[in-house]
Design a protein around this ligand. Sequence first.
Ligand code: HEM
Length: 446
Amino acid sequence: MDIAVTVVLSLVLGLIIIMYFLFQPRNPNSPPCIRGWIPWFGAAFQFGKAPLKFIEQARIKYGPVFTVYILGNRFTFVTETEDVLEFLRSKETDLDEAVHQALQRTVSISKESFQQNNSTFFKLIVQQLSSSNLHRFSDNLCKQLHEHVEHLGKEGSEDLNDLVRHIMYPTVMETLFGKRFCLTTEEFERHFQNYDEGFEVGSQMPELFLRNWAKSKTWLLNVFERISTDIKKEKSSESGSKTLIQHVLDNLHGNGVSGYMLLLFWVSQVNTVSGAFWTLAFILSNPSVYKNIMEDIVSVYGKAGEARIEVFEDDLKKLPSIKKCILEALRLAAPGVVLRKAMKPLKVQNFVIPPGDLLMASPYWLHRNPKYFPEPEIFKPDRWEEATLKKNAFLDGYLVFGGGKHLCPGRWFALMEIHMLVIILLYKYQFTLLDPMPKQYLDLFS
Ligand code: HEM
């Protein structure tokens, strides 16, 4: 066939596919759908460039429920708090169904291993990190935090996020995995950061397109494989009681255990590091809050300075002002999305969401609902009343830890960790922010 004819035929065929894709008849009961211009990719580029801005603009244009077609999947965003609470409680939605493909891609857990181990893994984390179990971690956590804070020396200037990361990575690894199995070298940090930065794209795209990211993933999986072999060889732990990872290794079976170790390390770090960073950033950029917190710390531990203070789990109750700042910083800087899969047709507002759709909620935007959080853009730690903290409860509409039966099982551990880090750092150092807090932190998240 003539080359010109072939080119024209290909163009016409391409055009037909694009037209079909763009003008597919819409079921009047389904939410409006943003399809983008490119078949299969859909709106991936527009969404990927600035996800939070994209969600907000789409909400203004299309209303509170809309579907976005991305990389062959239908993501339906639900933006009203009440609707989100309903889908989180619904029996017609499922988390495992929503994440198993993503887990296969991000931590190489096969479908078989997922079916065999997933519910055991999550039950173990829930059990081990329950609020009544926290005292088992607190001594060790405090000790490791001090050890890594000491590496900072007496004075200096550093990027706040790097500072938090350098302390948190090894501290958490030593606490959850055991000191002897902590491998957070510079090379580890580099690969882990590369892996974390590509995690969301990696959860959707075949590895083929993400060579560098896949390299870091394989490197990390090999490290965790080695650690798991070492831990299994050395059954008895340092303190005589099992670490969290020993419980995991004793109860999971077959291949894929290193994937679960990487998963555990990732979930234990990403949101906690950013939560600690934002808590410190908000405190330091609000002089009256900083001053009050220092007065509270001094009232519990004496004059701030060099001494190595013992921070016990019980002490944290004496410093509710810091817990309020943590919860408020997490409200304003809530990371990520909450995700479920619709297993049956699901009614939301006047729409019926078809089974198979991935339901998405953004805590960042939900936390800006003035009905639940008056003056939502303002950092107001005092919106958190002590009675709420004492009950170990959160404010209505607060979804930073998700909800329903999959509510984050690491939440009490994460809050304790950030609380201790903030006390130890503020007690030991006087901080001055070299750059002002950005007024629009949305740009940072995007
Ligand atoms: C500030 C820190 C943290 C934040 C903001 C956070 C947030 C979240 C969110 C939003 C979810 C999804 C919940 C849902 O789908 O309803 C989740 C799940 C989870 N988180 Fe966290 N998390 C934090 C720290 C941690 C830590 C420290 C650990 C473990 C050491 C952890 C372990 C997990 C696990 C295992 C799940 C999956 C639960 C399930 O599938 O049932 N998280 N977290």
